[in-house]
Design a protein around this ligand. Structure first.
Ligand code: C5P
Length: 409
């Protein structure tokens, strides 16, 4: 992955135990193709040596505004002008207070103040004890820096270095990377509310057994992540899968097709885009047993009767909300052969403007895929790529097909 290729990030560290996570963040940013210039406050150097950050970033760390390496003796100007973004992680309570006041008596706060506000965004990853986090002074300062144009990232909840438990932990390095990637993504779905189904369903036979399938949920989760990065508010209705929830996505776990339908119907009215990636079981046992079905010694498996599950996509696509054009519906087709013919028929049957075909056995559980997009105009292929990339491409394709808002004259 090279999603930050060509981007130059100034990674600022202020004082806090969370500095140890910044070492990993630096590595992850570089792995994504960014160049990283680390700037550390004096307090940060008590928690992490500049040598470590130098080794990870491949550049000497800056710590002083009097650094003689800069011929013009103006590291605050030089470093901030070449950056695509300044990320302060950890951003201590003291550092937030300094930013709120516009102080400039050490290099990191000085370069934050000196940055061109319109072209060099400032992202802050707060890290502090829970009482410091909850203190009105901190919250007041955070509100002030946000108002002044900084993007204040969230904090985690959990055990703190001081032995207490609560809010104020710095986000993990992988979460911060996700936030940075989201930040750089064009907001093609700004203002959209996206509802996505993903994963398999589980249809109970009895309390310990059921029928499910091999859908991993990876494609749906990748689309959910890409949609959120593109600025949408995303709700993900997930069947039983063990995948981490993408940052900023609201996830609702369900088991059966009927659970999934209920969860979708409840939220479809508020959505503007519905993407059905779930591999919903076509059938469910007509009368699941309340007790475990035991062997009866006959050597015969008991006969199970099945009834057809509701078609969630077709139900939503035929709802008045979708029919008047307020909900853009996207269906998926997992086929084993004759993809174009089957997917064309499925698009008509489901009544959706966009249908995405893929070869089921070639994609279930894998990290890559290839997609065939079909709409009223025809079809086109999205060639083999990771589900991450395909999720991003599909979000672009959906954004391009959304009805244009009426412009007033
Ligand atoms: O009919 P088939 O299962 O092949 O259709 C696949 C598409 O329909 C997918 O988008 C899937 O999420 C959706 N679907 C659904 N409810 C069902 C069956 C399929 O939403 N009961």
């Amino acid at each position: 992955m090279n999603e930050l290729a060509g981007k130059h990030i100034v990674l600022g560290l202020s004082g806090g135990v969370a500095c140890y996570k910044s070492a990993e963040l630096c590595r992850l940013l570089i792995k994504e193709g960014a160049t990283v210039q680390v700037v550390m406050t004096e307090a940060a150097e008590h928690f992490m040596t500049p040598i470590t950050m130098q080794a990870l970033s491949g550049r000497t760390v800056y710590g002083s505004q009097w650094d003689a390496r800069e011929p013009n003796h103006m590291p605050h100007i030089n470093l901030s002008r070449e950056a695509d973004a300044i990320v302060v992680a950890p951003c201590s309570a003291d550092f937030v207070a300094r930013l709120a006041q516009g102080r400039a008596d050490e290099l990191l706060s000085l370069l934050c103040l000196a940055r061109p506000q319109n072209s060099v965004p400032l992202l802050l990853a707060p890290a502090m004890n829970r009482e410091m986090w909850a203190h009105p002074a901190t919250q007041r300062n955070l509100a002030q820096v946000a108002q002044d144009g900084a993007l204040v990232l969230g904090v985690g909840h959990g055990d703190q270095a001081c032995g207490e438990t609560g809010d104020g932990r710095m986000l993990e390095a992988t979460e911060l990377l996700e936030e940075v990637l989201a930040f750089f993504t064009p907001k093609r779905l700004a203002g959209q509310r996206v509802l996505i189904t993903a994963g398999p369903t589980f249809e109970a036979i009895d309390p310990v057994r059921g029928i499910t399938n091999h859908s991993s949920g990876k494609m749906g989760f990748a689309i959910a992540r890409a949609a959120r990065e593109a600025g949408a508010e995303v709700t993900l209705i997930a069947g039983p899968v063990h995948l981490p929830t993408p940052r900023g996505v609201q996830r609702i776990n369900v088991q059966s097709a009927q659970n999934m339908l209920a969860a979708v119907v409840e939220r479809a009215q508020a959505a503007t885009i519905f993407i059905a990636t779930a591999a919903v079981a076509d059938w469910r046992p007509a009368a699941p047993s309340e007790q475990k079905i035991k062997k009866d010694g006959s050597g015969q498996m008991p006969v199970l009767h099945f009834v057809e599950n509701p078609d969630i996509l077709a139900t939503v696509a035929q709802s008045p909300h979708a029919l008047v054009g307020d909900l853009f519906c996207v269906g998926f087709a997992a086929e084993s052969h004759d993809l174009l013919a089957h997917a064309t028929a499925k698009r008509a049957r489901k009544g959706v403007p966009l249908l995405v075909g893929n070869i089921g056995p070639a994609t279930f559980g894998r990290d890559d895929n290839a997609l065939l997009l079909l709409d009223a105009q025809g079809h086109r292929e999205l060639p083999p790529a990771s589900k991450r990339v395909l999720g991003q491409q599909l979000v672009e394709e959906i954004a391009a097909r959304l009805p244009q808002p009426l412009t007033s004259h």
